[in-house]
Design a protein around this ligand. Structure first.
Ligand code: C2G
Length: 130
């Protein structure tokens, strides 16, 4: 069995997230998803997520192509998360291109193209303006 891991905040869940997760699952047989804590999202993006961690975890764990979900508390603990999940491959969107290449010593690292024209940041702006 080929085990896949990916990470994200998945705030204001949208079709770009769905497509990334489906393609991540298609890289293997089992998909584990690390969902960023509210604090980690704040440190990455400088804002609190719109959806709470509990809501984001419930959405991700409801998806039929997701097998396991856990909370990602820290970017620095990524190697530990990869080893705990026994992941053969780490999949991320290409906005992270090159940023996780140092994990190639523990697993394969794949960057998939992002879905164009949709992002949580832009959705938040559009909702604010309407
Ligand atoms: N994504 C995508 N297409 C979009 C938007 C997002 O393919 N239009 C992908 C991102 O590339 C990422 C995943 O969906 O792989 C989750 O996106 P975010 O929630 O924005 O993830 P991020 O906050 O960047 O967290 O440790 C890494 C981080 O936890 C990643």
């Amino acid at each position: 069995m080929r085990r896949v891991i990916t990470f994200g905040t998945y705030d204001v869940f949208h079709v770009g997230h769905v497509k990334l997760l489906k393609r991540a699952k298609a890289c293997g047989d089992h998909l584990t998803v690390g969902v960023s804590s509210d604090e980690l999202n704040f440190s990455k993006k400088g804002r609190n997520p719109v959806y709470s961690l509990e809501s984001r975890m419930e959405i991700i764990s409801s998806l039929k192509f997701v097998d396991d979900v856990f909370v990602e508390h820290s970017l620095e603990a990524k190697e530990q998360y990869i080893l705990q999940a026994k992941a053969d491959v780490l999949v991320m969107g290409d906005d992270w291109q090159g940023r996780f290449d140092h994990f190639k010593s523990v697993c394969e690292v794949v960057y998939l193209p992002r879905t164009p024209s949709v992002s949580t940041t832009e959705l938040i702006e559009v909702i604010k303006e309407t």
